[in-house]
Design a protein around this ligand. Structure first.
Ligand SMILES: NC(=O)c1ccc[n+]([C@@H]2O[C@H](COP(=O)([O-])OP(=O)(O)OC[C@H]3O[C@@H](n4cnc5c(N)ncnc54)[C@H](OP(=O)(O)O)[C@@H]3O)[C@@H](O)[C@H]2O)c1
Length: 285
């Protein structure tokens, strides 16, 4: 029997996928009213964490953040000794590693997971979950994990799934902010965001085709290969900034990108490939 601690939007989706496949699950949520609807799908609802973990199946944790994971697991750490804990709560790499060390200290087999999907996607096409940490837990419960989405294991370092997750989300959030910036530019002329979205989505999808080229340049560490130069990109970004200001739109999203490029021009790298932004970013570590 699988235990699921946390039946918020995501925990509920995880539980429903198992229950719909007639796999037994016991669920717990801090606010019991959020777990109750799952009884209709066949879940056992436990009123305490202690009761929820009395079985011998995997303990799946899907709570709000790193702090809430400790809030819930710390009091039952002794009872979890010898058990497998799969933590699907979003955490930073350092937080995942801390949880893995905490688990090891209690004799708990810890698998860290990062969900690359929204609740409605769980169990359907496009849902992916990254894992890292205890490979034996990943292997033993692979059938279960694959029901939620495509499962990928990144290695014994428990921070790696979270690191990939954070890197993926960085790309997503900055892209969304860029889309909203563009929508704000057009909104000044009364163009609905929906109209812009219809045009922006296929354009951005097509542009992702250039990632492989940027990646090849970055991996080779050779920015003199003749791709789009930083000088060209600087002029393009400067035009975007002028156009944004002209539309009365804040440059908060775009300005840092321009600053990054300008700094490299000042340092004499104007003829190099725009992919050199990578070098400029990682020097801050
Ligand atoms: N939703 C998404 O699209 C999505 C996508 C990828 C990853 N995730 C990750 O999945 C996790 C859950 O997200 P969600 O969408 O299910 O969020 P949610 O609907 O807000 O649910 C949060 C859950 O955490 C519980 N919780 C919060 N603080 C707690 C504490 N101190 N002690 C005990 N329980 C606590 C809540 O309990 P109560 O109901 O009692 O408040 C609830 O069960 C997050 O880490 C999120 O980043 C979500």
């Amino acid at each position: 029997m699988t235990t699921i601690l946390g039946t918020g939007a995501m925990g509920t989706a995880l539980a429903e996928t198992l229950l719909d496949a007639r796999l037994p699950a016991v669920v717990w949520n801090r606010d019991p009213r959020r777990a109750q609807p799952l009884t209709g799908r066949g879940a056992i609802v436990a009123d305490t964490v202690e009761k929820a973990i009395t079985g011998d199946g995997p303990v799946v944790v899907c709570l709000f953040d790193h702090r809430s994971v400790h809030d819930v697991l710390d009091p039952v750490a002794a009872a979890l000794t010898g058990r497998a804990v799969l933590n699907l709560t979003t955490t930073t790499p350092a937080e995942s590693r801390e949880l893995a060390a905490w688990a090891a200290g209690h004799g708990i087999a810890y698998l860290d997971g990062a969900i690359l999907a929204v609740p409605a996607m769980i169990g359907g096409p496009g849902s992916a979950i990254f894992y890292a940490g205890a490979e034996a837990v990943f292997a033993e419960h692979r059938d279960l994990l694959d029901r939620w989405g495509e499962s990928t294991f990144f290695g014994a370092d428990a921070g790696l799934a979270a690191l990939y997750d954070m890197a993926m989300l960085t790309g997503m959030y900055t892209m969304v902010a860029g889309f909203l910036h563009g929508a704000a530019m057009l909104a000044a002329e009364g163009v609905p965001a929906a109209e812009f979205a219809r045009r922006q989505a296929p354009f951005l999808a097509a542009m992702t085709g250039s990632f492989a080229g940027y990646a090849a340049t970055v991996d080779a560490g050779n920015y003199a290969g003749g791709g789009q130069s930083l000088r060209f990109t600087e002029a393009a970004l400067a035009a975007l900034l002028r156009a944004s200001t002209g539309q009365g739109v804040s440059t908060e999203v775009l300005q840092p990108v321009h600053d990054l490029v300008r700094r490299q021009l000042t340092a004499g790298h104007g003829d190099l490939d725009t992919a050199r932004i990578f070098e400029e970013l990682r020097t801050t570590r």
